[in-house]
Write a protein that binds this ligand. Structure first.
Ligand code: ATP
Ligand code: MG
Length: 396
């Protein structure tokens, strides 16, 4: 069975001193796991990973897998050449026709000569390879500073040739920094929040509070769709769907109207903490940003924080909507997030929510509501959906 070779560059991992092996091992595992239906072998050589992947794996699948895996700064399909200038040129002639090199475009050649016993120096090899490019594409031009295409030749123990390296996600491999529970709503923010924490190494599950029929079946479908879109960045996830209709109605009927959102958020924290702990999580992640809405003031956030002993992480807290939206567009969640199905907060939102709650007062009001039974019931009736690291829903 044949295989193809991909060269993978790690970014921040290479700065990790003693822990580097752990991070690298996890990254290799994460990549292999994504490509699981296909055979792959990943080896390490001087700060590089070389993945030999079965020929049966389509290029688009490999590219999706590598471009969404945090911890990778760049990657390219690579080819081994014979260790001689003839060998290198022959291989270049062979691979260039299936590359993006085109007449009229600009290019440069980069040669990295680590094996100092190779008889020609980098400059000489570059010139030879540039000639090879011109022999195929006489109307290309050289641009060293800002080329449209790059042909790279690395002369190490073996010789590797590749064109047009693609950018990776950078960051750190997920599952190297503990486990968290992402509060995932149908909005723009929370999928971005999950993506950001995954890039810092967290493994995440997600939880969604569903208030059917106030929120439609479509709202749930939207959240599932968002889960499947972020799954590749997170290495797959489980989505816990908590039925919270009764809880919402109870808060509406027994609480103070202007505090309804806070009471709901407190209930979400309590419920999320329970489900997180039952599943090995030790943090909660939300998509809140300071002052974006009434429930995201310092007072309100400090109240919801006090509802749980778990660490509450808000990676978007200092970002404005424009910046968050730009990330959402880049990772592909935006289009889905702006679909119109309302989330349950909107349906039960008070007209004049308190923005500066006094912690002692709202805490007492929350205690008086005695939400325990509601929460027990909601946890019991929670439904779990699973998504694999390529974003496919798995039927368990
Ligand atoms: P988003 O765009 O993520 O929905 P938002 O700006 O609409 O955020 P809120 O609706 O106040 O703000 O929600 C703040 C955060 O609370 C969300 O980012 C999400 O983490 C969490 N959240 C809100 N509603 C739900 C829900 N129904 N299920 C799970 N988490 C929720
Ligand atoms: Mg929302």
């Amino acid at each position: 069975m044949g295989s193809k070779l991909y060269l993978i560059k790690e970014g921040e991992i290479s700065l990790k001193g003693g822990n580097r092996n752990l991070f690298e091992k996890q990254l290799r595992h994460n990549i292999k796991n994504k490509l699981r239906p296909y055979h792959s072998e990943i080896t390490k050589q001087k700060g590089r990973l070389y993945a030999e992947i079965s020929d049966k794996a389509p290029d688009e699948i490999i590219r999706k897998a590598l471009s969404t895996t945090p911890g990778i700064t760049g990657f390219a399909r690579a080819y081994m050449a014979k260790k001689s200038i003839e060998g290198i040129k022959t291989k270049a002639l062979e691979i260039l026709p299936s590359s993006d090199f085109r007449n009229g475009d600009s290019f440069r050649v980069t040669v990295k000569r680590e094996d100092k016993t190779f008889p020609m120096n980098s400059h000489e090899v570059s010139c030879e390879l540039a000639d090879t490019v011109f022999s195929l594409y006489p109307e290309m031009t050289v641009n060293l500073k800002n080329p449209e295409h790059t042909l790279t030749c690395e002369i190490r123990g073996d010789v590797y040739l590749y064109t047009d390296e693609e950018k990776g996600e950078s960051g750190l491999p997920y599952a190297t920094a503990g486990k968290g529970m992402l509060l995932l709503s149908g909005g723009i923010d929370s999928p971005v929040a999950g993506y950001m924490m995954a890039k810092r190494g967290m493994k995440l599950d997600a939880i969604y509070f569903h208030a059917y029929p106030y929120t439609s079946e479509m709202a749930l479908e939207k959240v599932k769709k968002l889960a499947s879109i972020i799954a590749p960045y997170l290495g797959g996830l489980r989505l816990f769907v908590v039925p919270f209709t009764e809880g919402q109605e109870y808060i509406r009927d027994h609480g103070y109207e202007e505090e309804a959102t806070l009471m709901f958020r407190a209930s979400m924290m309590k419920t999320s903490e329970r489900i997180a702990r039952e599943n090995g999580g030790n943090a909660i992640v939300t998509g809140e940003a300071l002052s974006q809405v009434a429930s995201q003031t310092l007072d309100a956030m400090s109240f919801t924080d006090s509802m749980t002993d778990l660490l509450v992480l808000r990676p978007l807290v200092g970002m404005d909507k424009e910046a968050i939206t730009a990330v959402a567009e880049r990772i592909g969640t935006y289009e889905t997030s702006i679909l119109p199905y309302e989330d349950c907060c909107v349906v039960f939102s008070p007209k004049h929510p308190v923005t500066r709650p006094v912690k002692e007062v709202v805490t007492r009001h929350f205690e008086e509501l005695k939400m325990e039974e509601m929460i027990d019931k909601a946890v019991k009736n929670t439904v779990v959906y699973s998504f694999d690291p390529m974003g496919n829903e798995i039927n368990e």
